[in-house]
Design a protein around this ligand. Sequence first.
Ligand code: DON
Length: 578
Amino acid sequence: MRLSSPFFHAPVLLLWGWCWLLPDAALAEPALFSPRDRIHPVFAPNGMVVSQEARASEIGLDILKKGGDAVDAAVAVGFALAVTLPQAGNLGGGGFMLTYNAQTRQTEAIDFRETAPAAAGRDLYLNEQGNVDEARIRFSHQAAGVPGTVAGLALAHERHGRLPWRQLVEPAAQLAERGFPVDAELARSLRETRERMASWPASMKSFFKADGSTYQPGETLAQPDLAASLKLIAEQGSKAFYEGEIAQKLVADMTAHQGLITLDDLKNYRALVRAPVRGNYRGYEIVSMPPPSSGGAHLIQILNILETWPLGELGHNSAATIHRMAEAMKLAYADRSEYLGDPDFTKVPVAGLISKAYAKELAASIDPNRAKPATAIKPGQPQRHESEQTTHYSVVDRDGNAVAVTYTLNFGYGSGIVAAGTGILLNNEMDDFAAKPGVPNAYGLIGGDANAVGPGKRPLSSMTPTLVFRNGQLLLVTGSPGGSRIITTVLQILLNVIDHGMNIAEATVAPRVHHQWLPDELRIEEGLSPDTVRLLEAWGHKVVVKDTMGDTQSIVRAPEGLYGFPDTRWAGGSAAGY
Ligand code: DON
């Protein structure tokens, strides 16, 4: 709770007398600690890495302690997660990085999203009946876009790194070679994915014992092929992946299985530097991912709409607040379906989408007491005003530089296919294209022309690595996995900190809600009160309780140091600081 909140009454202050000692500034800013908080974040005075896997966090921390900056640590964590969190950490996928240089005060977006191979045509994934061939777009070699991760990490290092590249890749190579003890979560998820991998000998060799059986918690998983790939990358840089021995092996595997990725596709792949999208919410500056992610544009669009109402007063997760959030989310996701795609191929009206005037118009269309059915919502006219397993990690170094990375194979373990001899799992990011107009992808998202399959094109993403500033000072670094739910998950971290005055731990564990226009349902996590749900239903929402959403990894920067919190929805995350 915010210390200045009306709920913070005099008797409480008397009870907690030491609160008076807090500096005035703490009263105006989001609370970092309050005696009323039920859960507290991890504190570190200098630098911090928060990721979904503890060994990777430690590797990043070690780089920070050795004088590496936030980007060096982020590169090392990116490679480490490819070993220790094979569900999402990757070399064979792609993603997005936001960097902040505290000295120059520059923020930069690095786009290392996968691209469609040159041979990928618009109707590639339609079968003879004209329907989307789901097995092909999700679980075959043709599901893979040209991977961007290695190029992205290399570009980030080239632009912002301090330590030698080799030093950043070697810890991951060693972990892959020596192996590490499998934890209960990895053992469970490998068991669940066994069927998907069973048809691919290289996948079985990488993740199962020689007799095909599963690793038990505590047993050591070594990945010698992956270790060899990482060593090549450590020694030769990204060229090893895009033009050298790894490229040869990836393409040989593609050729053997009707895959589309060629040596030229790999050679032509480029990670790109883009200008982040920027918005302003109640005086906080929001910096997030531009297209080809839908994340940043729609995060800011939804925030702009919600600025209309005093959410802090309406109350956290009250029916009144959730109703406004859901209505705003629907409008944004309807626009997403129409306008969002790769900006190098289609004109995306970002300026319109994030304009305050457009938000005002959309807010005016929201009835405070009635849910608008999805069928009554169409994509708006932003032009007139002219972003089951992904992972996010956040880093802040002692100089205040920051990095937010969200990267993915799309599904957990991507397509489940390891390219023979490389130890590298292939992504199934092609499913993020609108393979057929109006037909939902795995996350229920629909799209049309703007996100149609096309050679060299980047599939639309929802990944939303985000930085928040206050008076020019870095305040928050955050992001999440969760497919279509990423945008609304990040949204709720921001609302919980800014409007509801929560510390980052409380902001993370609070139950989440989500609406994406279609399907027309308000999805909630366990933990909302039954009478809140009843009110929402009375106002016309179809409320459904489903699995948890997102897995945020966040850092808040305060004058005295850093407060980090790994989401508790998945086991194994850690905030490592010094
Ligand atoms: O780029 C995207 O939006 C998706 N490929 C992300 C997938 C994802 O987050 C899965 N994790 N839960």
